[in-house]
Design a protein around this ligand. Structure first.
Ligand code: SAH
Length: 398
């Protein structure tokens, strides 16, 4: 596609790269200055000039590019992209065949062999997330591959390479038919309203599918459920459909009220029977304690980092305190669903947070179930950071 630039890998990083680590760290290469144009193909070599891997240059919030192949002779061309995409689509055959689920991830970046981009499927429409200008340079090859391989209704894109992975405000339509707004998709029979052209977030986080199913089938029946950081209320809908006595959804964003009401409505639930509250979660906890409100289930799914008027929340630092707030208003034998998508700490550390929080409040607990990413969010075993999701279902036993 274009001329390759040779990048020398520092000795300390050679072993890791040879073992299959797919991200090119800025600190891993000696002559980074030799590559300046996004999308340039790169060849990684050791100090003696021996081939390690080839890939592309693309500046992201982490790393300066991704390995595409460990074979020196493999051409990085249209066929290469088509091959990777075909394989990823084939691996999702069970999802395509499931009539009850019409929204899932079909390509998960480095997990499927091309870091820096993801593709999600929404009932015939495809949504591509581009995480660097470098990968965006291969757009034509990727779009052509999708169009050739699938019966595509339409394609949308999110350019997330303005600054630090931020979303660039744009018209996100690429090709084909325009999707209805909302586009109603299904997940295990549940309906979700997707807006493909209204900003970075389209209405549902697909990586929580298995957790929603578990809440609905195993934990919600007859329960009073508090869903914090509720966004469009997806967990509340799952709980309500699972027989919850009542759900309370709390999110700071104004949009969450109408989006959550819409989600109840399209699932045949009268939103008037549920509470949807637009407020800072940390204020709500104080209010609940003051009013002696308690819940049988509290769902915690905060962003990794958030700043509101009065609070800054950083998952790696503040999760134990958040858990303590939840423990205080959870009934005896009640459930806490603790979730984090923060890639800077592991499940082990997350369980340490849980232990710490319960120690502080003096309560006891059992871990009932744990979740990571679902199957369609395929990960690369050499890239632990990519395996970011941690969800723990905890029962408070005091
Ligand atoms: N749990 C949601 C996804 C959460 S996304 C789901 O399953 O779909 C994170 C949400 O947290 C956003 O909607 C954002 O508006 C909200 N948020 C961030 N800080 C908050 C705060 N301090 N109080 C309440 N909501 C907050």
């Amino acid at each position: 596609m274009n001329n390759k630039v040779r990048l020398k890998v520092k000795p300390a990083f050679v072993k890791k790269m040879k073992a299959g680590y797919p991200l090119v760290d800025a600190e891993a290469v000696i002559n980074k200055q030799d590559v300046t144009s996004e999308g340039t193909l790169i060849e990684l070599v050791d100090e003696r000039g021996q081939f390690i891997a080839q890939g592309y240059y693309g500046e992201q919030n982490k790393g300066i590019g991704w390995v595409l192949s460990k074979n020196a002779h493999e051409g990085i061309n249209k066929e290469f992209f088509k091959g990777k995409i075909k394989r990823a689509l084939d691996e999702r055959a069970a999802f395509f065949n499931d009539q009850d689920t019409t929204a899932f991830r079909v390509f998960n970046g480095e997990g499927d062999g091309i870091g820096g981009m993801t593709i999600d499927y929404f009932d015939g429409f495809y949504l591509i997330n581009w995480y660097s200008e470098g990968i965006y340079r291969f757009k034509a090859a990727i779009i052509d591959s999708l169009m050739a391989l699938m019966d595509v209704k339409g394609i949308y894109e999110k350019k997330r390479f303005a600054k630090k992975g931020a979303y660039m405000e744009d018209d996100d339509f690429v090709i084909g038919e325009h999707a209805p707004a909302p586009l109603i998709v299904k997940e295990n029979g549940m309906n979700f309203a997707i807006y493909l052209n209204e900003g970075a977030m389209v209405g549902v986080f697909l990586d929580q599918r298995d957790v929603r199913k578990a809440i609905r089938e195993n934990y919600a029946d007859g329960k009073h459920v508090l869903n914090t950081f509720s966004y469009t209320g997806a967990f509340s809908i799952a709980a309500a459909l699972g027989g919850a006595a009542k759900t309370t959804s709390v999110d700071l964003a104004n949009r969450s009220r109408s989006k959550t009401a819409e989600h109840f409505m399209i699932n045949g639930i009268d939103d008037g029977t549920q509470d949807i509250i637009v407020e800072d979660v940390f204020n709500y906890f104080k209010y609940a304690v003051r009013k002696q409100l308690t819940f049988d289930m509290v769902i915690l799914d905060p962003p990794s980092f958030a700043r509101s008027k009065k609070h800054t929340f950083s998952a790696g630092k503040d999760y134990p305190a958040l858990l303590q707030e939840a423990i205080q208003i959870t009934e005896k034998n009640g459930i806490i669903v603790a979730s984090s998508n923060c890639s800077t700490f592991s499940m082990r550390k997350f369980k340490g947070f849980i232990e710490k929080a319960f120690k502080e409040t003096g309560d006891t607990y059992n871990i009932l179930r744990e979740f990571g990413l679902p199957k369609d969010f395929k990960t690369n075993p050499e890239f632990k950071e990519g395996d970011y999701l941690k969800v723990v279902i905890i029962q408070k036993t005091t």
